[in-house]
Design a protein around this ligand. Sequence first.
Ligand code: ADP
Ligand code: MG
Length: 834
Amino acid sequence: KKERLTKIIESLSRPLEFASKDDFAHMESLKGLATLVDRLSNVALGFGPAHGLDSAFKELKETFTGFDALGPAEKKERVLKGIEIVKSMKAVEPSLKEGAELKPLSRAEVRKKLNLLKTPLERLKGIGPGLSGRLKKKGLTTVEDVLYYLPFRYEDRRHVKKIGELKPGTYEVVTGEVMAMGETRYGRRKLFEVVVSDGSGLLKLKWFNYRLSYMKNRFKEGQRLFLYGNVSIFARQKEIIHPDVELMDENDDSMHMKGVVPIYSQIENLHQKTVRKLVRRIVEEYAGSAVGGVPEDIVNEAGLMGLADAFREAHAPADAGGAAGAVLARKSITFDELFTLELGLALKRRNTKQEGGIAFKAAAFKSAASKSAASESNDTLEKRLLGLLPFTLTAAQKRAIEEIRSDMASPHPMNRLIQGDVGSGKTMVSFIAAFIAIESGFQAAIMAPTEILVEQHYLTTHAYADALGVRTVLLTSSTPRAERVRTLKAIEKGEVDLVIGTHALIQKDVEFNSLGLAVVDEQHRFGVVQRAALKKKGARGTEPEAQTGEGLSPDVLVMTATPIPRTLSMTVFGDLDVSIIDELPPGRRPVQTRLMRERDREKAYAIIKGELEKGGQAYIVYPLVEESEELSLKDATNMKEHLAKEIFIDYNVALLHGRMKGSEKEAVMRAFKKKDIDILVATTVIEVGVDVPGATVMLIEHAERFGLAQLHQLRGRVGRGTRGGTCLLLAAYTGSEDTWRRLKVMEQTTDGFRIAEEDLKLRGPGDFIGTRQSGLPDFRVQDALGDLTLLKKAREEAFGFLERDPELASPDAACIKEVLKARWKGRLELAEVG
Ligand code: ADP
Ligand code: MG
């Protein structure tokens, strides 16, 4: 383990070398040099005398005592001496005794380091309120934020091309001197041009949108520029349109001029150089305090860098490595973040597995429902339910049920996610789970996000439940007061077996007698908090454990139709086991999807009419405009009038939107189900779960405003019967080819998982997880979940690590635990971390 010592020596040598560079030009920017030397020396000294470098570290410490108060000449001397000492260390180091065990950082040391990273930026010298305000707007408030403010690209300024060598169609870095500049016109468009030369040729720079006064002030003849952009040829002249420009100063240091130079995303109107200097300074002073959350042997094995080194490399790539070093650095930082994420999830998961839960045993039900005439049979409830269904379960449904059954039989709480495409029959699976719980003498609850959906579930179950003597109630926020009071009492007394409801289920005043199973439908509409709230309503029950006053954790089943690529779902739902229903009931035909332009509107109406004539029904859907629900409502309302009066004169057209009262919505939905309504004009309230078998065609307006996964959900509302369905996507022209290509995917496939992957590629994982709601730690690296291979690796390593050291008892783990706690903040129970 002498790498750690090697690292310390390396960490000392870098800033010292840097301080001496360019005739000590950077001396002033190295504010923390003395502190750094002191700190690192202490760490090394803490390793004990075994490495034989004690005296050297002590000497080094002395050399920098009182350093900050010295004059420039003195400082130079000390730095040179420091460099000598470090060199001598490096000379000795290869002969360090093998197995000279080094002590890992203690928890207190780690905490100290992590605290240092929380240093607010305004406390640093040279950062006044103005600057810190601007930084804050970019989300940069602490030193740590800046470390994670990774460059979005690098410019290799080691081998700058000559203008004469530039090839069109490539992104290049060049330098040049401003020869001429000014505003010109091409036809009716104004533009600003700058001509630069480097002796080998001329290059034109062009801007189309600009402030003239700003441009005129920005450039001066004779000014030298660093330029980056896509080279093209126009009128036989090389040019770059909207290049990135950095002014070169005579007294610029090599940080900006040579090597691989990091480019940061813009912070207000700060110059790139200012940002770079600021970041560089903070990295030099504080990167050493970064503590990684990955055990060292895993870092090494994966060929990655330690976190501190990775920060240094990402912000100031070593010349030798070029941009490759920076790429590895970024990967290392991401891995570090993902590992912490996965380790936290592994702990959470282990914990639920150890919690006490209910081991459901069938047979108790009979007595509870003995009054019911239908309960004479000796068969289980489940079996009798299956007998009543007009269909047989698909193999995928059966598989999911078996997985649930074995979870429910175990004495630990089930925590299972059912993922299945729209229409795959998740609801029935959850009913069966509910019946298993009820049979064992417990209550079950199903929570769904909308009243329509709850109502629908209720209608479906209730027919079967009545026949089987299972007492079912509906609970939503529009349940009348008096009825609510009665219902709550019944639930508390255990006179109800199955409760189906909205958020109303998790209100304080709802108390269950013996909740054994909690089902959450369309779980992406709920946050973890709500999931947890339902779980807390657990059984007080009869088991001996319950005597302690704590309820037993009920089994939890969550369902989602939002397909998520598997690796990602394991993370997003990392503390859940997953069952996948990857099969649709037989006879379903995939929804035919057509992407259309506005000019095809008449054609779209004709297709709808055709379907209506064949006895089908139609949805016409409007997106919820984010800034203004009102606006989309107006759209939908106007459109409904227009369609009813001018287009579909012979048909019943109705409106459904989120502002309507629950009872109104239900009335409309019921009428639609009964075919009293032919066309339902709706905002996205119908997005989840609604099941109307007669609906065969859907027109989606402004399809370009929806995510693919959402479109897929919507289109799952049609073709639920055996007649198949048609989905028409009407997209406004956005001028963006990407949008069109993205929507085209909808025509090509009905595989929810493929669509999810496309969405992931195009829009990033944010859509899937809504990190704020997910209960996961905030991600520091942008798009950390973007690299699924890395995520998978992190997951395997983290779960493996916990398996090898379940109590996190190894000395290495002490440090890891601190990092874990800091990053997950309150989102891991202390008991989980230890
Ligand atoms: P989702 O998975 O989207 O929630 P649902 O549970 O709403 O799907 O099921 C969609 C429709 O398919 C419902 O009308 C349901 O009754 C029906 N269904 C469920 N399972 C089967 C099956 N095995 N065979 C035929 N139809 C089924
Ligand atoms: Mg459903």
